[in-house]
Design a binder for this molecule. Structure first.
Ligand SMILES: Cc1cc2nc3c(=O)[nH]c(=O)nc-3n(C[C@H](O)[C@H](O)[C@H](O)COP(=O)(O)OP(=O)(O)OC[C@H]3O[C@@H](n4cnc5c(N)ncnc54)[C@H](O)[C@@H]3O)c2cc1C
Length: 530
């Protein structure tokens, strides 16, 4: 019998692997998704999903399924060691098309992502299949898989390990993790049917017992309590005791039904290499983020969105395999920056003494008297921007308000007939060019870059019958003025976008052709997959 061969095999049906599989299905790539469990994991882990991840779910066509099970736009309230509300994070902007903090349930999302795969005959989900061993050479990766006690073999061009924090693939490759493990353990308790309707997270920065209360969709609520050194993780699971801790924070939660209680150790670690030949690490396999900022899964979603279109371009022979090296170059610094942010939030939440609490909380209260500083915290402006410093893009002019290599905002745009849609809805799933409606001439295609061209009317302009006449080019109106502000400040007529909606290059005023620097970049990456 012939051994099955796939262009891509993904190991692990957690959020990272499932999102990658949905993207590859959308691109028509022959993919197998191997998961050792009979189905997706039912463990309620992540509870906070950000705007960038929701945009990614929009990109894989599942946003309408996900939003009904999401509470959009919730904040964090910080309470001092004396119980005083001393800081708030309540961002109101929807720069990328969605609110910045949203409550969801990871176990519900992964089921929706698994169901989403049914749309793609090219994707073969293999549950109850455990990868036990692999080898690779210049041509392919050979895999050994255990299924119901039987050994099976298969092969692929590219293997992506989305196999979680303990990543057996990373282990087999001998790739080290750098960073630290938190000495403090945390007790996580999930409860049902809360009666308090308060929607925001409450964080109690109390050295006596740092704690977090996170309400979620469908009436669920989570408590997280820090354990002190020497506390026995088994003893803290005692129900009477933990209900007592809950009662101290919100009496109406104290007798709710518990669905799960577990003690976790958190890590802040990054894999040294994210690629070894034909094998990639993504999600928790590549980086472990302490959950104080709710970013571990969100970072994995960014990995999947970054790697998916690059793998598709290489598999389909539109790009050389060198493009895949930009995955780690682009993603690793950002993942590290988010880990640092989580560590800073964590140390703020876990003051070691009343003195330390007084000092850090007093300092934050003081700087909050200065409105720009208060806004910086309130609107989550301290979160690292989704931006690359090196990688597959052409650096922007210094005047550009949004550097190339940064995620383009997603405003609403207007279609003829006054219908408003989120920008990405008109951009398709590949490369796109957004140019002013009156920018000169058509833009020549170049070096395998198959561009969807979209013309943009300024906020002050109207649709005129002649303008929408080119059947190959869609026209939209910049009804919020967001694109106008960006292009005008950059002195550009347009912007080229990568499939993941990061800025590839600006098109200078009056340009008919792709900028020379972009031509050079595309030529360097054009060619057949190796
Ligand atoms: C208490 C807690 C709270 C959190 N809160 C948040 C939050 O609010 N927001 C956030 O963004 N993140 C949060 N996180 C982090 C988030 O849960 C993880 O980052 C996320 O699950 C990682 O997804 P993944 O797909 O990379 O890996 P995983 O979800 O770990 O999935 C890996 C999969 O690989 C499978 N697998 C492993 N080895 C093999 C093999 N050899 N063969 C086949 N299958 C294999 C496993 O069975 C598993 O299904 C939290 C984590 C915890 C523990």
């Amino acid at each position: 019998m012939n051994q099955a061969h796939y262009s891509v095999v993904i190991v692990g049906a957690g959020p990272t692997g499932l999102i990658l599989a949905n993207f590859l299905g959308q691109y028509g790539i022959q993919t197998a998704l191997i998961e050792r469990n009979p189905s997706t994991v039912d463990e309620p882990r992540a509870v906070s999903i950000d705007d960038e991840s929701l945009r990614t779910l929009q990109a894989i066509g599942l946003i309408d399924q996900v939003l009904p099970d999401t509470v959009q736009g919730y904040g964090v309230h910080y309470y001092s060691w004396t119980g005083e509300l001393f800081a708030r994070i309540e961002p109101t902007s929807t720069e990328y098309g969605f609110p910045k903090r949203n409550a969801f349930r990871q176990q519900v999302l992964v089921r929706q992502l698994r169901d989403g795969l049914q749309r793609f005959p090219q994707v073969t989900p293999l549950f109850e299949h455990e990868l036990t061993r692999f080898t690779q050479d210049a041509q392919a990766v050979q895999l050994e898989v255990n299924h119901a006690g039987q050994r099976k073999t298969l092969s692929c061009d590219w293997l992506v390990a989305c196999d979680g924090g303990r990543s057996p693939v990373r282990e087999q490759l001998g790739i080290a993790l750098t960073g630290s493990t938190y000495a403090e353990k945390w007790l996580i308790v999930d409860l049902l049917d809360r009666t308090s309707a308060f929607r925001h997270t409450r964080t109690y920065c109390d050295p006596a017992r740092p704690a977090i209360r996170l309400p979620g969709p469908h009436g669920v609520v989570r408590y997280e309590f820090m354990l002190h050194e020497g506390e026995d993780p088994q003893q803290v699971l005692d129900e009477a005791q933990l209900r007592g801790w809950i009662a101290q924070r919100e009496t109406s939660d104290a007798q709710l039904a518990i669905t799960r209680k577990v003690v976790y150790t958190f890590h802040a670690r990054v894999a040294e290499r994210w690629r070894e030949g034909r094998v990639f690490l993504a999600g928790d396999a590549a980086h472990l983020t302490p959950p104080f900022a709710g970013q571990g899964m969100n970072s994995g979603v960014r990995d999947a969105a970054n790697l998916a279109w690059k793998l598709a371009a290489v598999v389909q022979g539109r790009s050389a395999a060198a493009l895949l090296d930009s995955y780690q170059t682009e993603r690793q610094p950002h993942a590290r920056a988010l880990i640092r942010m989580a560590e800073r939030i964590g140390s703020f939440m876990q003051p070691k003494s009343k003195f330390a609490a007084r000092l850090s909380q007093g300092a934050l209260k003081l700087i909050s008297l200065y409105p720009p500083a208060r806004d910086y915290v309130l609107h989550l402006k301290f979160k690292p921007k989704p931006r690359f410093f090196e990688g597959f893009f052409v650096p922007a002019p210094a005047s550009a308000p949004l550097p190339a290599g940064q995620l383009l905002p997603q405003p609403w745009v207007e279609l003829p007939g006054c219908k408003r849609v989120r920008l990405d809805q008109v951009l398709g799933s590949g490369f796109a060019a957004l140019r002013w409606a009156d920018a000169p001439g058509p833009l020549g295609h170049s070096a395998g870059l198959d561009l969807r061209q979209v013309r943009v009317l300024r906020q002050s302009e109207d649709f005129l019958p002649a303008r929408g006449s080119d059947p190959g080019v869609l026209v939209v109106r910049d009804c919020e003025g967001v694109l106008g502000a960006l292009l005008d400040q950059a002195g550009a007529d347009g912007v080229l976008l990568r499939p993941d909606r990061y800025v590839l290059a600006y098109l200078p005023r009056g340009a008919h052709q792709m900028p020379a620097a972009l031509q050079a970049l595309l030529t360097a990456f054009a060619g057949r997959a190796q």
